[in-house]
Design a protein around this ligand. Structure first.
Ligand code: FUL
Length: 484
């Protein structure tokens, strides 16, 4: 009787193991480290947008010196709904705004400086771009993120301890007055010449110690516990090491933070690839601009990335297990320029066309090994259209293959794979073959999968596709394979 109640209690509490006929087969042990729930959410978003807007938009600079007059910030047709709607329609999930760039001009009426929109002609000093952008983001179902440049070329006390108080006070304003902040972006540019309240000099700070980041992050977490921190070193997400839109072909979400710190030279490759034995889950974020510059310059109206180029970037970012952070800078009117909007629409059209129909959905799949021969971990879980179910092998099995049989022969251009990263990132290498002219022919070979991997093939007609995991840190755990 006692035993019976124990079993009932266990099953009610959800502690029961997975059932396979009469035998219980346990799910694989996780491979550490694991993503936090907020990081998981970040992975699932796939495409986020950056918005660079400040006095630079009006001075044609990329890095304002800090001596720009507030009067030059004069956009006459700001329409943050246009930003948000354009982004939403293109499939973006977040809007991260440069609330303050290196020049120090604040897009909101901060109580701690005169160098802000409140002294500009914009809405006669009554405007607040941070409020307008965050409100529009929410209206269109986008999350909101903030960029607050640590380097401030306007502030007289930049480099002194009092500047930290100023910086933290501003974070307090941003994290308490504008609703939920999904991501906080700390760029790595630091120190150098600037206006500095009229000093007009060069100031160097020690990037590793001056900002006392642990204290700042703790203060932010007290206001908003789930915010994702971006910096070269994380701790939420890391820089990918370049601004060209390219993640490593091998891309581990894991890295050890003692190999990193903001501004450390020569680690670009490591940032792109991560390390298989990394002690922390700090995935790479691919930040890149739709134009050559981060800010709007009329001379670059003809240099907006084409839809095809944006799609290539999608493949080298999202398609390599990363998240794309694409910058679209508003122009002097305060609108996304027509060329940028057109390009984003074209990009969306390509995505819709290329990934219109998953040929593998509900297809029959056979595995060379299935964990405990359990239906719960069976091969068919990769084609069931549900990311929460997965195929897994027995614990000692780090090599295994899946054979997908299509109902009718079809031409395949893309293979999309996903690992069930809630149990850690595992796959080190895999191969894709297709059945052609009576034999298996290799069409692709790659290393990591992670949250998502997209392989572009030379289009090939086939009725069977075989994916072989050649090596993994532990038994593979694959939640999806799609064919397009
Ligand atoms: C860098 C900055 O220096 C650039 O101006 C831009 O904001 C880029 C996204 O981050 O650190």
């Amino acid at each position: 009787m006692i035993k019976y109640w124990l079993i009932v209690l266990l099953s009610l509490s959800g502690l029961t193991t997975v059932q396979s006929q009469s035998k219980k087969i346990l799910a694989p042990e996780p491979v550490l480290p694991l993503p936090t729930p907020a990081q998981l959410q970040w992975h699932e978003m796939e495409m986020n947008a950056f918005i660079h807007f400040t006095t630079n938009t009006f001075t044609d600079k990329e890095w304002g010196f800090g001596d720009e007059k507030e009067a030059i910030f004069n956009p006459t047709q700001v329409n943050t709904d246009q930003w948000a709607k354009t982004l939403k329609d293109a499939g973006f999930k977040t809007m991260i705004l440069t609330c303050k760039h290196h020049d120090g001009f604040c897009l909101w009426p901060s109580a701690y400086t005169e160098h802000s929109v409140k002294n500009s002609p914009y809405k006669n000093g009554k405007g607040d771009i941070v409020k307008e952008a965050s409100t529009a983001a929410r209206k269109y179902g986008l999350k909101f993120g903030v960029y607050l440049s640590p380097w401030d070329r306007n502030r007289a006390d930049y480099g002194k301890p009092s500047y930290l108080t100023y910086y933290r006070n501003q974070l307090k304003e941003l994290f308490t007055n504008y609703g939920d902040v999904f991501e906080m972006w700390f760029d790595g540019a630091n120190g150098g010449d600037g206006y500095y309240g009229g000093a007009n000099e060069k100031r160097q700070i020690n990037g590793a110690t001056y900002y006392d980041w642990p204290t700042t992050l703790q203060q932010i977490r007290q206001m908003q516990p789930n915010v994702i921190f971006f910096s070269d070193a994380g701790p939420g997400v890391r820089w990918v090491g370049n601004e060209r839109g390219i993640a490593g072909e091998t891309n581990w979400n894991t890295i050890s933070d003692d190999t990193l710190y903001a501004g450390k030279a020569g680690i670009e490759d490591l940032l792109g690839t991560g390390s298989p034995d990394g002690k922390k889950w700090i995935p790479a974020e691919v930040d890149v601009s739709i134009r050559p510059g981060w800010f709007y310059h009329a001379t670059e109206d003809s240099k907006v990335r084409t839809p095809e180029n944006l799609f290539d970037i999608y493949l080298t970012s999202v398609g390599r297990g990363s998240t794309l952070l694409l910058n679209i800078p508003p122009d002097r009117r305060g609108l996304f320029h027509e060329n940028d909007v057109k390009s984003l629409q074209g990009f969306r059209a390509i995505l819709n066309k290329e990934f219109a129909h998953n040929i593998a959905l509900k297809a029959v799949v056979k595995a060379s090994n299935t964990r405990g021969k359990s239906a719960t971990f069976a091969a068919g879980q990769v084609t069931d259209g549900n990311k929460e179910t997965y195929w897994a092998t027995d614990d000692n099995q780090t090599t295994a293959s899946l054979e997908i049989s299509l109902a009718n022969p079809a031409t395949i251009k893309y293979v999309v794979l996903q690992e069930y990263i809630k149990l850690g990132q595992r796959v080190k290498s895999f191969t894709v073959e297709v059945w052609k002219d009576g034999s298996w022919q290799k069409v692709a070979e790659a290393t990591t999968i992670g949250y998502k991997r997209i392989l572009k093939l030379d289009p090939v007609e086939t009725s069977k596709v075989k994916v072989t995991i050649n090596d993994a840190k532990a038994c593979p755990v694959i939640s999806a394979i799609e064919l397009y």
